[in-house]
Design a protein around this ligand. Structure first.
Ligand code: HEM
Length: 409
């Protein structure tokens, strides 16, 4: 977009600065104060940092969740064509399909993910947590990311979708490859994502047909199959949405557990509070969600002109909603840069807001509650392993992922 059509004074903010990825909050505070609805020439999109604007954008019907990132649109057309299967598959995800399709999947799935329904999974989540912790205890020193935070949510969602636990490690790899679609325009990596999505769908096709022959009550696949029999959904839609659930079900929850633990190590007085009074754990998890940049950013594409804080967002422009910035907005959260597990839970947007609000929020919360309660009860002395440091790596815009967190139990 040319500067001439901009309704605002251009201000320079470096959103690609690697230093800012390490700690984006000084940049977010500056943006929020100086230009909360900012046109970024680097991203060729609008960047929102205020809680109020992000909440408004999440409710705006003209801002839709696109199937791929804007980077994808910038790939040369010939190469983009080769990635059509990937794009088509992701376009069937419940949040990316038509409004009607979205409502159809919500109607099918919502009741399986209410706080009351996911509570039925507590004994299984507890048993899986215990078995992972038993294996960890036998070693003494472990990498919390690879050995606890990633496997737990991955095993839980695999079980919910009828995937045998022996195959769950394949899902982890496929999901990791798939994550690239949200952050990269690297064609080689996107081809790898495409290969993994295809393999994942083929794998789920097998699970589905096995399940059709011998149903096992209570499984989400049963809901999907009934809907297919009633002509409400196609097999391809089912498979694409199984991939979505398997992917969404573990990436972010693993971040909540691993970043949550790293935050507690960085704030030993807060760790001590949770250890002394485990009834604070649910509140502590909400604070990890607010403070910990768990789902740091989501994007929207304008389908028509939208006015936001005096700026005109044009059709086909991309909007970056910095959830991590909204969660530190001083207009909503007093002392926003303070990590305080006794903070009264407020209106954080870590799970989004409005009609695309995270389907798995209650499940993610339950997993984190069980995990931290069990870990601190069984291993009250848990601490960073001596002589080691956590490793972080930038994988997407303005955020670093925790890759390893060595701990002693
Ligand atoms: C801490 C963990 C999690 C976080 C921070 C998180 C975050 C989010 C966010 C921000 C959205 C909104 C996306 C948008 O508006 O574009 C979302 C949507 C979604 N999440 Fe989660 N999520 C988590 C765990 C899960 C789990 C465990 C599941 C598995 C069941 C899940 C399934 C979904 C689905 C299916 C959607 C799309 C909902 C729709 O389109 O109506 N999430 N999540």
């Amino acid at each position: 977009m040319s500067q001439a059509t901009l309704s605002q004074q251009p201000l320079a903010f470096d959103l690609l600065d690697p230093q800012a990825a390490r700690n984006p909050h000084p940049l977010y505070h500056a943006l929020r104060e100086k230009q909360p609805v900012h046109w970024s020439p680097q991203l060729q999109g609008w960047v929102l940092t205020r809680h109020a604007d992000i909440s408004q954008a999440l409710k705006a019907p003209r801002l839709v969740a696109g199937p791929m990132t804007m980077q994808f649109e910038r790939i040369p057309e010939e190469e983009r064509k080769q990635l059509t299967p990937l794009r088509d598959s992701v376009a069937m995800w419940m949040g990316h399909t038509t409004h009607e399709g979205h409502l159809r999947f919500q109607a099918l799935l919502k009741r399986y993910f209410t706080p009351r329904t996911v509570e039925d999974f507590r004994p299984r989540i507890q048993a899986l947590t215990d078995s992972l912790l038993d294996a960890a205890a036998a070693k003494g020193t472990i990498d919390l990311v690879q050995e606890l935070a990633i496997p737990l949510p991955s095993m839980v969602i695999a079980e919910m979708l009828g995937v045998p636990l022996t195959d769950e490690h394949m899902l982890q790899k496929w999901s990791r490859d798939l994550a690239a679609i949200f952050s990269t325009a690297d064609v080689k990596q996107l081809h790898q994502s495409q290969k993994s999505v295809t393999e994942m769908m083929d794998y789920m096709r097998g699970v589905l047909s096995k399940y059709r022959r011998s149903p096992d009550s209570g499984n989400i696949l049963e809901v999907f199959l009934r809907a297919q029999d009633e002509g409400l959904v196609s097999e391809e839609e089912i498979l694409a949405n199984c991939v979505l659930l398997l992917f969404a079900g573990h990436e972010t929850t693993a971040r909540l557990i691993s970043r949550g633990m790293a935050l507690l190590f960085d704030h030993p007085e807060q760790l001590a509070l949770l250890r002394q009074d485990p009834s604070l754990i649910p509140q502590g998890v909400e604070e990890m969600l607010r403070y910990g940049d768990i789902a740091a950013m989501i994007t929207r594409l304008a389908t028509a002109q939208v006015e936001l804080d005096g700026n005109e967002i044009q059709p086909y422009q991309m909007v970056y909603l910095m959830l991590a910035a909204a969660n530190r907005d001083p207009a909503i959260f007093p002392e926003p840069d303070k990590f305080d597990v006794t903070r009264k839970p407020g209106k954080h947007v870590a799970f989004g807001y409005g009609s695309f609000y995270c389907l798995g929020a209650a499940l993610a919360r339950l997993e984190a509650h069980v995990f931290f309660e069990t870990l601190l009860r069984r291993f009250p002395q848990v601490r960073p392993a001596k002589g080691t440091t956590a490793t972080w790596q930038q994988r997407s815009l303005l955020t670093e992922d925790l890759i390893t967190l060595p701990v002693e139990l």
